[in-house]
Design a protein around this ligand. Structure first.
Ligand code: SAM
Length: 213
């Protein structure tokens, strides 16, 4: 779904300290900055429900949200501004994650979350999928040895594609479900998109990959 451009978004994002303007400057220092030993990064936060709520459920971890669309990012950051609770362990990057390995040092990230990523159904656009091998190669670099990628989607084609891409890159499928929300998972917040699919009784696919068994 395309969102109309919000005229206030860019000025608003520029004014917010939580928004990191030049993330590559902080490569290798994120855990110190966020005072944590475990760093989570969500790519494609959308309006920020997951990023804001998970950071409150797990305040000992560091939480970085990444969203390329400035209007959507502004809504996520506005959610952050209006929320109560601990905030020092959170940051936001409004940019395309296509060069994410420039922002984080080798092994610096512990968990990458890909929630309902854009499916890019046309074959020529598959390279934009966040589970394309070019992204996976960067995840392999920035993830810690025991780190993991957690992916959820409603889209069976994207799911199958992702399973194959990670397998081809030599990753280990650590966990897998084709109907994740059939049982309750209170430990994992429901995203905006996920809510829509659950209301339509569509199954939620989920996979977790690690670099090693
Ligand atoms: N994760 C949210 C949810 O589950 O409700 C939003 C899902 S929405 C379908 C996917 C989001 O990912 C969009 O807001 C899009 O702008 C963002 N996105 C897609 N590719 C991206 C990229 N390369 N870097 C950063 N954000 C990206």
């Amino acid at each position: 779904m395309r969102m109309r451009k919000l005229p206030w978004a860019e000025d608003f994002l520029n004014e917010q300290e939580v928004v990191v303007k030049e993330p590559a400057q902080y490569k290798g220092t994120w855990k110190e900055m966020l005072d944590c030993t475990c760093l989570h990064v969500e790519i494609g936060t959308g309006k920020g429900d997951y990023w804001t709520k998970m950071s409150q459920c797990y305040p000992d971890f560091g939480w970085i949200g990444v969203e390329k669309n400035s209007s959507v990012a502004a809504l996520a950051v506005r959610k952050f501004v209006n929320m109560e609770g601990k905030k020092e362990h959170m940051r936001f990057i409004q940019d395309d994650a296509e060069e994410i390995a420039q922002w984080f040092a080798h092994g610096e990230v512990d968990v990458i979350h890909l929630n309902f990523s854009d499916p890019w159904p046309k074959k020529r656009a598959h390279k934009k999928r966040l589970s394309n091998h070019k992204f996976i190669a960067q995840y392999a670099d920035i993830l810690s040895d025991d780190g993991e990628i957690q992916m959820k989607t409603d889209n069976s084609s994207l799911f199958e594609y992702s399973i194959m891409e990670f397998q081809n890159e030599g990753w280990y499928l650590h966990d897998f479900s084709v109907d994740y929300r059939r049982v309750e998972h209170d430990e994992d917040v429901i995203t905006e998109y996920e809510n829509r699919f659950m209301e339509r009784n569509q199954p939620i696919y989920r996979a977790v990959w690690k670099k090693h068994p």
